[in-house]
Ligand binder design. Structure first.
Ligand SMILES: [Zn+2]
Length: 479
């Protein structure tokens, strides 16, 4: 390996040595983000944004396919509006960024930069829903929000982030619960099928639910370092917000009823999951289905006559089949190999004079590093298949890792020991008492991640207090 290449690789800290530093290095070296001028903000660079856009595009399709319409609400929330729902304002108060002046003039009322938009939608619905014929209202918006965070990390916790937030209003509680389930399903399918990240589906405990919600459903994924990441949430509000904001409709009998609402969101945080689930010591690994470039052509000995022409012809031949690009710059092939491994491009296509002579190319997959020689005549068939194999392998690897990193605990000693030595998810029974949940967090720093829909019985008694257990809970240290 040449000196230049070696230096390049050394820019990433090994994940075994310092996982947090590895993460920061990858984010920077793969050119996903830069730090913004205001602490905790980030500039999402072209490559990072291209990945997010692919996620967004897929999710947007699914949101529309389930009957929702996109809208755009203002970024400002008058303080009085934010105060209307007690739990909600309490939950968000410490993180709200306030606008106090317009030009030189002090505002009569402070304005919040939206930390989330429930109250804006509630205000709108209170004025625009009159009859059962107006229901359901199925709105979604793609937006940026601001939460004044104390400790921040790119994608995982930033003062400003991008997301979609769905806000819906329904005639009955049952309709709202179906919606809550449906959208969690949409998130789970997106994250598993496109991002190749297996998720646990379940309900949050009351302590961990969204401020103002009746209940919150969540998908939880496990990062390479054994910590969990909440990857998408769907909230059932019951009629709590409707009562606070007086959102009523006249039913078929002419009687006034409160609506039942939901909200659901998936954010740029998922980019953090993508990095920490699939990445390795060579950098990012992007699943083919969301990769902006699925295959990168690297010509070998490109100064030799005919090589570049053939490489460009290859790109043109493949471009309707897969998202393909070519690097014909005068940088050394070794530099290019490192660069596209760092960026996690799923497949590299090498083509040099010898390959041209043999009418073949070399395919190198990013996930395993395996090489294969493929005849040019077979390439159109082989390449899409190989991309699917990479996609599948990434999912299976992540699932295997999660399975290995999932343990059971029957008492607190086991719980602590497993958490300290191994990390990962711990399945343990819970009595349902918030006091136990708080004690577990205090003693171990693990939080309840979800009460999975697929329940299992580990023991009969609560792992913390020993009283009769109600439910099995997944616990973990989390981002
Ligand atoms: Zn207990």
């Amino acid at each position: 390996m040449g000196k230049k290449n070696k230096q390049f690789v050394e820019k990433i800290t090994a994940m075994e040595d310092d996982f947090a530093q590895w993460y920061t290095d990858v984010v920077k070296q793969a050119e996903l983000v830069d730090y913004g001028l205001v602490r905790g903000t980030m500039i999402i660079k072209p490559y990072g944004y291209a990945i997010w856009e692919n996620i967004k595009e897929e999710l947007d399709k699914k949101i529309k396919a389930t009957g929702h319409s996109n809208v755009a609400f203002p970024v400002f929330i008058p303080e009085s509006l934010l105060q209307k729902e007690k739990d909600h304002v309490e939950g968000f108060a410490p993180e709200v960024a306030w606008i106090t002046h317009g030009g030189e003039e002090k505002l009569q009322e402070r304005l919040a930069f939206r930390p989330t938009s429930e109250v804006l939608f509630c205000d709108y619905y209170s004025k625009n829903i009159h009859s059962y014929r107006d229901l359901p209202k199925l709105y979604n918006q793609w937006a940026n929000v601001v939460r004044w965070e104390k400790t921040t990390r790119p994608f995982l916790r930033s003062s400003e982030f991008h997301w979609q937030e769905g806000h819906t209003a329904h005639a009955t509680d049952e309709d709202a619960s179906q919606e809550t389930d449906r959208m969690l399903g949409v998130y789970a399918d997106l994250v598993e099928d496109y991002l190749a990240i297996p998720v646990l589906r379940g309900r949050k405990t009351d302590k961990e639910k969204f401020a103002g919600a009746k209940y919150t459903l969540t998908i939880e994924s496990l990062m390479h370092d054994g910590k969990a990441l909440q990857s998408g949430t769907s909230h059932h509000f019951g009629s709590g917000f409707a009562e606070a904001f007086d959102i009523t409709y006249l039913d078929e009998n002419g009687e006034s009823q409160f609506v039942h609402q939901t909200s659901w969101g998936l954010s740029t945080r998922i980019m953090g999951a993508l990095i920490m689930v699939h990445g390795d010591n060579r950098g990012l690994v992007v699943p083919p289905r969301i990769a902006p470039t699925q295959a990168m052509i690297v010509p070998i000995a490109q100064h030799k006559e005919g090589v570049l022409d053939k490489a460009y012809a290859l790109r043109d031949q493949l471009k309707d089949l897969v998202r393909v690009d070519i690097d014909a710059s005068d940088k050394m092939p070794g530099w290019k190999f490192n660069e596209y491994e760092m960026k996690g491009i799923p497949v590299r296509i090498e083509m040099g004079p010898k390959d041209i002579e043999k009418e073949q190319v070399v395919l190198v997959r990013r996930d395993t590093g395996e090489k294969e020689f493929v005849a040019l005549s077979d390439l159109e068939e082989r390449l899409p298949k190989l991309l699917e194999e990479v996609q599948e392998n990434l999912y299976n690897k992540a699932l295997e890792h999660r399975n290995e990193m999932t343990s059971e605990a029957t008492n607190m000693e086991d719980f602590k020991q497993t958490l300290d030595s191994k990390g990962g998810f711990i399945k343990a029974m819970w009595c349902g008492d918030t006091a136990c949940e708080e004690k577990i967090k205090e003693d171990t720093t693990a939080t309840s991640r979800c009460i999975p829909f697929e329940q299992e019985k580990v023991t009969d008694t609560c792992v913390c207090c020993g009283k009769e257990a109600k439910e099995m809970v997944y616990w973990a240290k989390a981002y």
